[in-house]
Ligand binder design. Structure first.
Ligand SMILES: [Cu+2]
Length: 435
């Protein structure tokens, strides 16, 4: 069907077809050559990808032309930890595609790896031969070869891309990216600030730099856009702005329940499309399953520094928190002395009083590794690392650069209880526990 054929009578067909099949709707709307290339700022407001970059494109005869180059990339996961991974165009994860429904895209993929690869456009409705499944729908892209993919974007939403050859290795080393498609018609009530975050997980043995693709269960680096806290950039918004956060998960094994403090958000979209407003559920945590995207929206009406993180507690720790002995409640002085004397000079056990002190004590860690917990907060160390970031909402912002820590108005900050507080409210303190 050509464009001219759908201009008139397709609306009625489309509305009933949509109930039966989004593909029918898509085909009724955008087939043939595609529409005029959608333009940033005119047809859409670009999405912010914290710590990430967009893939540039040029327009050739009405087609958006992109070029992905698969290659080895050195990447800093957080200060102190650099890895030798695989990515695209010099970055891990790969750069984010941003386009508009109806665009015709032509994507060149050059393979600079030491093994074959392919590119799969995850969640995108396209001709079978463009689907990028090595062996099944195409030949492998051999080292130094360049392949060409071309299709019309028939939908909008949050999608992803990744190799579909030796997935276990290539994705474990970082090869994945986001593919954002804006609606052709701008929404009536568009978000003021839009963010996109890819969730992933890695096994990187402390002191090494090559992610281990053989790991099945014990991932020790959990990332948002390939950064572990304190490497993650904050999401900065002005009070009152409508915020949309697009989350994708291409980790190997784990689903991630992403929790935002201070707000209820609405689940507005999955990779299966928009959710009608009447069906949008309010949540404070959204599970992002492997191979899926979830998009949430809220109005940022509460200023502050609000944590946003995976709620699996082992996913907000960095390398050194995993595999330690459980010594909580044990008097470890004697153990320390004996081990120091006989086995390891300078040995220091970890965690007899809980593990909250492990970020603060400047504990030595192996070269090229990061401590278990995150960074220094405004008041004390933040005992979360990994899949953790901060939503910073401020009344007065001159730019969207990191505004620093939130200054809590008087009377709105938790503080130590005074004797007169305790007396006034009749709080009896228990006698100190002895262990
Ligand atoms: Cu998680």
């Amino acid at each position: 069907m050509q464009r001219s054929a759908v201009a008139g009578g397709a609306a009625a067909l489309a509305s009933t077809a949509a109930l039966l099949s989004p593909r029918l709707l898509a085909q009724a709307t955008y087939t043939g050559d595609g529409l005029a290339p959608g333009q940033p700022d005119t047809d859409y407001k670009p999405v912010v990808v914290p710590n990430g970059v967009k893939l540039p494109y040029k327009i050739v005869d009405g087609v958006k032309v992109f070029h992905l180059i698969a290659q080895e990339v050195e990447h800093e996961v957080a200060p102190g930890l650099k890895i030798k991974g695989w990515g695209y165009n010099g970055v891990i994860h790969g750069p984010t595609f941003e386009a508009v429904e109806g665009d015709r895209v032509r994507i060149y993929v050059t393979n600079q790896l030491s093994e074959p690869t392919t590119a799969h456009w995850h969640g995108i409705l396209l001709p079978n031969g463009m689907d990028g499944v090595g062996g099944l729908t195409q030949h492998l892209i051999q080292p130094d070869e360049t392949y060409k993919y071309e299709f019309v974007l028939r939908q909008h939403g949050t999608f992803m891309y990744h190799p579909h050859h030796d997935e276990m290795t290539q994705m474990a080393l970082g090869m994945m990216g986001l593919f954002l498609i804006h609606p052709r018609t701008r929404a009536e009530n568009p978000p003021d600030r839009e963010f996109a975050i890819m969730l992933s997980e890695w096994k990187i043995v402390p002191g090494t730099s090559r992610p281990d693709p053989n790991e099945m269960t014990e991932f020790n680096i959990l990332t948002m856009n390939a950064k572990a806290y304190p490497g993650t950039d904050p999401l900065v918004v002005k009070t009152g702005e409508r915020v949309r956060i697009r989350l994708g998960n291409l980790g190997a094994m784990n689903h991630h329940p992403i929790h935002l403090h201070g707000y209820q958000f609405r689940l507005v979209e999955t990779d299966g499309g928009q959710i009608p407003e009447s069906a949008q559920q309010r949540e404070v945590t959204i599970l992002v399953p492997v191979g899926s995207t979830r998009t949430v929206e809220f109005v940022a009406d509460a200023p502050g520094d609000w944590a946003m993180h995976c709620h699996m507690t082992h996913h907000v720790m960095n390398q050194m928190g995993h595999g330690a002995l459980n010594l909580i409640g044990v008097d470890t002085d004697e153990i320390d002395k004996k081990v120091r004397k006989t086995l390891i000079p300078g040995f220091m056990n970890m965690g007899a009083d809980g593990m909250g002190d492990m970020g603060a004590m400047g504990m030595p860690v192996p070269q090229n590794s990061i401590p278990m917990v995150g960074g220094q907060g405004q008041y004390d160390p933040i005992t979360m690392g990994g899949m953790f970031t901060i939503l910073k909402v401020r009344d007065d912002l001159k730019s969207y650069d990191d505004p620093g820590w939130y200054q809590h108005p008087p009377g709105t900050l938790a503080s130590v209880a005074t004797d007169s507080d305790l007396k006034r409210d009749g709080i009896q303190l228990p006698s100190k526990q002895t262990s």
